[in-house]
Design a protein around this ligand. Structure first.
Ligand code: PMP
Length: 294
């Protein structure tokens, strides 16, 4: 079968697979009305999802934190993903798994929602231009903050991304590629949809999740790969000063991959892409090839 340049996106919706353009859920779904739901984003290569167990675990954790009972267990979701990838006309792509609170009435009380809707999209996603991927991104520090210890725990990957979206809008206005969020203590949390690492004197540092970072799957893979490649890595609270004076800085995410950072708030970093990023990128590609072979 010939692979189309842009494969048609497909959707697994509550157990049935349809072209994404035909998938529909109720306008009374609280996922839409209130952002009440959770999601995951992951990639597949050679028709094999990368680190699917970690993503399913995080989805279950996010749902548990919001008191949403998943109508499908991990086996059923794994089977759904596998059937969806078989239908999709591309060897690699991006999967978006969404669980909503489900349709209810117009009040926000989740008690009125009977059954969550679950859908999985298979499509393509590119998060940065090839120039930004090669040379590095321009970042700004957003004025909006991640709140830690008040309200929603940032470890929950919920359908409400408005803080990230507001940060990204600030980046757009400033002509930057991406925005970083600080927590209310002025410490670095993460980027709008990626985790952050810096390199200082050969050591890799990343903020702990208690500073407002999502427990990123790519973040944990990078920490594993660093250890396997004798690169010292630790979680440490970082401030804007640590970014401005870093030897290198990069962002990680399932959608983004590993993206070098060229400058933060108009201050160019010493190297972009740096040596450690390049080593980790190679190791990451090798790991994907190993874990996702046809
Ligand atoms: N932080 C946020 C806010 C995100 O949305 C994402 C993307 N899921 C990440 C970090 C990176 O996480 P992962 O490596 O699991 O994709």
């Amino acid at each position: 079968m010939q692979t189309a340049a842009f494969p048609i996106p497909y959707c697994w919706l509550n157990g049935a697979i349809v072209p994404a353009a035909e998938a529909a859920i109720s306008v009374y779904d609280h996922g839409l009305l209130y952002g009440d739901g959770v999601f995951e984003g992951l990639r597949f290569y050679q028709r094999t999802p990368f680190r699917i167990e970690r993503h399913l675990q995080r989805l279950q954790d996010s749902a548990a934190a919001l008191g949403i009972t998943l109508p499908y267990d991990a086996d059923a979701l794994r089977e759904g993903i596998s059937a969806l990838i078989s239908r999709y006309d591309g060897e690699s792509g991006y999967l978006r798994l969404v669980v909503t609170r489900g349709p209810g009435n117009l009040g926000l009380n989740p008690r009125n929602c009977a059954t969550p809707n679950v859908f999985i999209l298979a499509d393509q996603l590119s998060m940065a231009s090839s120039e930004a991927q090669e040379k590095g991104l321009k970042l700004i520090i957003a004025s909006v903050r991640r709140t830690v210890g008040a309200g929603l725990d940032p470890r929950v990957k919920s359908l409400n991304y408005l803080t990230s979206i507001l940060a990204r809008m600030e980046a757009n206005v400033a002509g930057a590629d991406e925005a970083l969020l600080l927590n209310e203590r002025g410490q670095v949390a993460e980027a709008s949809a990626e985790n952050l690492f810096i390199v200082r004197q050969g050591r890799l540092l990343t903020p702990p999740t208690s500073d407002g970072a999502l427990a990123g799957v790519t973040r944990s893979v990078i920490m594993e790969l660093a250890q396997a490649n004798n690169i010292s890595v630790s979680e440490r609270t970082l401030t804007p000063y640590d970014l401005y004076t870093a030897d290198e800085c990069f962002l990680t995410g399932s959608g983004a991959g590993i993206l070098p950072v060229a400058e933060v708030d108009g201050r160019p970093l010493r190297t972009s892409p740096g040596e450690i990023l390049q080593r980790l990128r190679q190791a990451f590609a090798a790991l994907i090839a190993q874990e996702c072979s046809a």
